[in-house]
Design a protein around this ligand. Structure first.
Ligand SMILES: Cc1cc2nc3c(=O)[nH]c(=O)nc-3n(C[C@H](O)[C@H](O)[C@H](O)COP(=O)(O)OP(=O)(O)OC[C@H]3O[C@@H](n4cnc5c(N)ncnc54)[C@H](O)[C@@H]3O)c2cc1C
Length: 403
């Protein structure tokens, strides 16, 4: 399938990842239809699990999927950090902060299930986007040569966003870090408790986080290596690499990697959009914009990229609904619609810009902390973080507001 029928709404979202689905659901809840075009043949849950903090749960509650998702993951009690090089440990109780790690498949499915049937079209790979400067409509070219027109286009197409390219955003950058991830299953219970444990040795950081009582998500963040492309998509090599990086770590961690199912083992090169590019970038052209990683891909060091994308979905739908729902759908002539949508998208970009720039800066600095083994750099970055960002969880206290 490649062309959109005449009954399709004028809003086209590219990408059925977390943010594309959340945006479609947020619009649906405001009474606005959309079509989501996804290149894969089904929902893709790359990376096993995702941490959602208080700000993300607020957004999921606005989407109506928070309560059911809470049932699927334990609430984390504390963040425990161990520094193997000097034997130091640190613990921060999470207190009122709500942190849970969800299976990505559960999150995607919950968002998908909230949408009217037929909203998501799988197997639709968009290869080119061109926005007409006069009408502001975007022409979408599909991989099979078909074309379709979108009156309003929202790019939720991730790090290599084709919509971002059409908006002439600066390219994203490669971080010097790569992440190995997996999910270990313990049919009789893992017995690790409900704490998030992070263990650092040299420039390697290992994380162990319970999803529920039987499954544990883990990651290894380490400097990129020249042979990294060789392990992409090869579970057994990813497992061997993780075990190699964990030499000298407690045995329960290496056992966790051995227990992991092949299907959830991934290696990801970390990319980011520079915080200064977020401050200066032009995220709206005519009636086209971007959300989620397409706008603000950031490293995983605060665990906020996906949650920030959920916030985008709420704010974007709220801004569009404010402008579009004043009259019944379709009651605007072409120019009026373009002006209304342009205003809504400008409001959206303005509301999101400082939030994602700050998050991205905090993530960037935290990424330096992860990668360095220098005590001087560590102290310096801690100081800068303390001055700029108060408490270490302040990013999670953000409230994107009501839908
Ligand atoms: C190692 C790691 C750990 C992370 N941990 C966390 C965490 O704990 N908490 C958190 O909040 N965030 C975390 N993140 C960030 C989070 O994973 C992302 O921010 C989030 O998945 C972005 O969602 P998205 O929908 O914007 O993009 P994506 O998930 O990339 O989805 C984009 C979708 O668009 C589709 N697509 C792309 N191009 C096209 C096209 N041309 N035509 C049609 N379809 C297209 C893709 O197939 C895909 O389905 C982590 C990231 C990494 C790398």
């Amino acid at each position: 399938m490649s062309t959109l029928s005449s009954q399709d709404s004028g809003i086209v979202i590219i990408g059925a990842g977390i943010v594309g689905l959340a945006t479609a659901l947020a619009l649906h809840k405001k009474g606005i239809g959309s079509v989501v075009l996804e290149k894969a043949e089904s929902l893709r849950a790359t990376g096993a699990a995702i941490g959602i903090q208080t700000n993300g749960w607020r957004a999921l509650d606005q989407l109506g999927v928070g309560p059911a998702l809470r049932e699927k993951a334990v609430r984390l009690q504390a963040l425990r950090e161990v520094f193997l090089d000097n034997g130091q440990t640190r613990e921060a109780r999470l207190g009122k902060e709500e942190g849970r790690y969800l299976l990505r498949s559960d999150l995607l499915q919950a968002l998908f299930d909230g949408l009217p049937a037929g909203t998501v079209r799988f197997g639709c790979h968009i290869v080119k986007v061109k926005t007409d400067p006069v009408t502001s409509h975007s022409t979408l070219q599909f991989h099979d040569g078909n074309v379709a027109i979108a009156k309003i286009l929202i790019g939720c197409d991730g790090v290599n966003s084709i919509v971002g390219e059409s908006l002439k955003l600066k390219p994203t950058r490669d971080a010097p870090t790569g992440a190995l991830r997996g999910l270990a299953n313990y049919p009789n219970g893992h017995g690790f408790g409900n704490d998030y444990v992070r263990i650092k040795k040299g420039s390697v950081l290992v994380g162990r986080i319970p999803v529920d009582h039987k499954s544990v998500y883990w990651f290894v963040a380490r400097p990129r290596l020249p042979g990294d492309s060789e392990i992409l998509g090869k579970p057994e090599l990813i497992r061997q690499e993780a075990l190699k990086e964990m030499e000298g770590y407690p045995q329960e961690l290496t056992e966790m990697v051995e227990k992991s199912d092949d299907s959830a083992l991934t290696f990801t090169k970390i990319s980011y959009r520079a915080p200064w590019d977020l401050l200066l970038g032009n995220f709206r052209r005519g009636t086209a914009t971007v959300a989620g990683d397409a706008m603000h891909v950031m490293g995983p060091f605060l665990g906020q990229g996906g949650a920030a994308g959920l916030e985008d979905a709420i704010v974007l739908a709220r801004c569009l609904a404010k402008e579009l729902c004043m009259r019944p759908n379709g009651d605007y002539d072409g120019r009026q619609l373009v002006n209304k949508v342009g205003k809504a998208l400008d409001e959206y970009v303005e509301e999101r810009r400082m939030r994602v720039a700050r998050l991205s800066l905090q993530t960037y600095l935290t990424g330096i902390l992860v990668a360095t083994s220098s005590m001087f750099v560590t102290r310096l970055i801690f100081l800068v973080l303390r001055i700029l960002f108060r408490g270490s969880f302040s990013h999670a206290q953000y409230d994107c507001g009501r839908l």
